[in-house]
Design a protein around this ligand. Structure first.
Ligand SMILES: Cc1ncc(COP(=O)(O)O)c(C=O)c1O
Length: 351
């Protein structure tokens, strides 16, 4: 049977997404989703959609949606690619920009999907270890065909100095895809680089700040030739009709997105302060999650004790650089108070 499956596929491990429990009374802080409702316009348009349109194929190039994104970022539609989640944008960028004997780079730790995507295409992986405090570290002589630069980074929640990123992209020989899945929660982003550097793509998603992980929509902005290459190789109808419509109205309603982000940023500060008071190491988050190193209890023990109390956070067991940390998504304020109460109770019980 195994003869039927590509050797590289047999050898690779697939991506393991965060758990999606069905139990309604679980406090779910493990996959960096947004706890607030998306724009009310999403509900309105959903109620108004005529099901007759669903018998037709959707617009293969998402023109109306791209117009809204182009307007948002002050560019032309030729500079915008829309995908079935930013995961699709990442996968297509490997297929469009990396030759068979090319290589895929990314920081370690960063988004754990990148090595899996490289494995799927059987490409060489060139991870760059971040420094001991998970800060920027780029060897002088480093090169790769495509570099995935998560900014702000996940799972660490930290941003990098923009000047360092700019100096890197300006001399990098290949394509740099700056994965800005969490940029709406940060005070700066790299969208302006796409106007100055032909080799830069900036990817965004509606899964985080826009509270729309369920519709699967992500996009990237960059040079028209790079975008054109991605359009050449994508599936014919990669973004379904409902997603195109819901994403369009959600992006038009910047106020709702910004209000939700503001609430998360405020809760984030509160939780970070409280965990620091408990002695935890908490880095300065630029995202909708915190990267914390517990004190007085191991990360694994805390993860398991929280789980028993129906609170799920993310624990990366299999990596020695990350296994003493937990990644905690910022939920609603009541969810986070319940989380903090549980952490205190667990610490008081001694684990
Ligand atoms: C850094 C990063 N990029 C991309 C994604 C995926 O986004 P999407 O839901 O648009 O596929 C995630 C999801 O957690 C992420 O953390």
């Amino acid at each position: 049977m195994s003869d039927l499956i590509r050797k590289s596929v047999q050898a690779m491990s697939g991506y393991v997404p965060g758990e999606q429990p069905k139990d309604a009374d679980i406090i779910k802080l493990n996959t960096n989703e947004n706890p607030y409702l998306p724009s009310p316009d999403v509900q309105d348009i959903l109620s108004m959609i005529d099901i007759a349109v669903l018998s037709r194929y959707p617009d293969p190039v998402c023109m109306e949606l791209r117009k809204v994104i182009a307007e948002l970022h002050g560019c032309a539609v030729e500079h915008v690619f829309v995908g079935n989640g930013s995961d699709e944008v990442l996968a297509l960028s490997i297929r469009a920009f990396v030759e068979r004997d090319g290589s895929v780079g990314y920081f370690d730790p960063s988004y754990s999907l990148y090595p899996v995507l490289a494995d799927i295409e059987d490409m060489e992986k060139r991870p760059v270890p971040l420094d001991a405090g998970f800060g920027w570290r780029m060897p002088e002589d480093y090169s790769a065909s495509l570099f995935f630069l998560t900014h702000p980074n996940a799972p660490t929640s930290f941003g990098y100095e923009k000047a360092k990123i700019e100096s890197f992209v300006s001399s990098f020989p290949g394509v740099v895809l700056i994965d800005e899945a969490y940029a709406d929660f940060a005070d700066e982003n790299c969208m302006d680089f796409v106007q100055r550097y032909e080799n830069v793509l900036v990817a965004r998603t509606l899964s985080k700040a826009y509270s729309l992980a369920g519709i699967r929509m992500g996009y990237c902005v960059g040079h028209a030739e790079l975008i054109g290459a991605m359009y050449k190789i994508k599936d014919s109808y990669n973004v379904n009709y409902l997603t195109q419509e819901l994403a369009r109205v959600a992006i038009l309603d910047q106020d709702t997105m910004k209000a939700n982000v503001q609430a998360i940023v405020e809760t984030r500060a509160l939780v970070a302060e409280k965990l620091s008071e408990l002695g935890f190491e908490v880095g300065e988050s630029k995202t909708n999650f915190l990267w914390v190193k517990p004190l007085g209890i191991g990360a694994k023990a805390l993860f398991e004790a929280l789980r028993k109390r129906k609170i799920i956070v993310r624990y990366f067991a299999n990596d020695k650089r990350t296994c003493d940390h937990l990644r905690v998504t910022i939920g609603t304020a009541p969810e986070m108070f319940a989380f903090l109460d549980a952490v205190e109770a667990i610490l008081n019980e001694g684990g």
